[in-house]
Design a protein around this ligand. Structure first.
Ligand SMILES: [Fe+2]
Ligand SMILES: [Fe+2]
Length: 255
């Protein structure tokens, strides 16, 4: 029931995406619509120029924990934006508050309404069923709920464009700081404890089916290459904050 066609990946491998389009570009265009057009914008233009060999079409399945950790990468990059906002608020400097609002919407749509739902529906119950790390997963789920309240506040205040109102800037800074403090350890604990342990709680078949279900959910919500689209959105926000270019983040003596 969870079997699906490889072409429906929401995190397609670059090789596969290219192979699919080159094999039947018309079909790929109508089947995947905007996503096909968006591929060059998603950084795939160089890949489109290289013709893959037949063997390159075969790629390893993405593991369910791999999906979740990729998604944590999105969260981590949003936290960088939050931290940069905090730094500028602390220094009394301006910052692109609209972009902070956009970052909080990515948290709501992608992290809270998608990624965390996968954890709550498929991952945490396995631990409770096997009586493993129950306290940890219960605490993680409570953190999801607390995070949602903070996101409500951040989205409201960042969208209000009313940071000159006394107290609003302080409340925004406090909420952003609390969110970062909540989610740095949250994601780190999942990456190092929960996700590695999950493999030992399910059979290889269940593990594979879980990965296929995650893929299906991602495809339904975000479409073909949807993951890369969200990555692009976050990258655009990083540019607005001037934190995208990694070379510029080198310490002075190293540049
Ligand atoms: Fe989580
Ligand atoms: Fe997570």
């Amino acid at each position: 029931m969870l079997e699906m066609e490889r072409s429906q990946q929401y995190i397609p491998t670059r090789r596969f995406a290219v192979a699919d389009q080159l094999r039947n570009p018309r079909r790929a265009f109508f089947r995947h619509g905007w996503a096909f057009l968006a591929l060059p914008l998603a950084g795939c233009s160089s890949a489109l120029l290289s013709t893959p060999g037949p063997r390159e079409e075969k790629t390893a399945d993405i593991l369910p924990t791999e999906y979740l950790m990729y998604e944590h990468g999105i969260l981590s990059r949003v936290l960088l934006i939050y931290e940069e906002s905090l730094r500028r608020m602390g220094e009394g400097r301006d910052f692109p508050v609209d972009s902070l609002a956009s970052a909080s919407k990515i948290v709501r749509n992608f992290i809270e309404d998608f990624h965390q739902k996968l954890e709550e529906e498929f991952v945490f119950p396995r631990f409770r069923k096997e009586r493993r790390f129950v306290e940890t997963v219960n605490a993680l789920e409570l953190q999801h709920k607390a995070g949602r309240k903070l996101t409500d506040t951040i989205t409201r205040l960042a969208a209000a464009r009313d940071l000159e109102v006394p107290g609003n800037r302080l409340e925004l800074a406090r909420s952003v700081e609390q969110f970062v403090r909540l989610y740095r350890p949250h994601a780190a604990r999942e990456d190092t404890v929960v996700f590695p342990a999950l493999r030992g709680l399910v059979t290889p078949r269940e593990f594979r089916l879980m990965g296929e279900e995650f893929e299906k959910r991602g495809e339904e919500l975000y479409g073909y290459t949807g993951f890369y689209r969200v990555v692009d959105q976050v990258a655009g926000l990083e540019r607005k904050f001037g934190i995208f270019n990694l070379a510029e983040l080198l310490p002075e003596q190293a540049s």
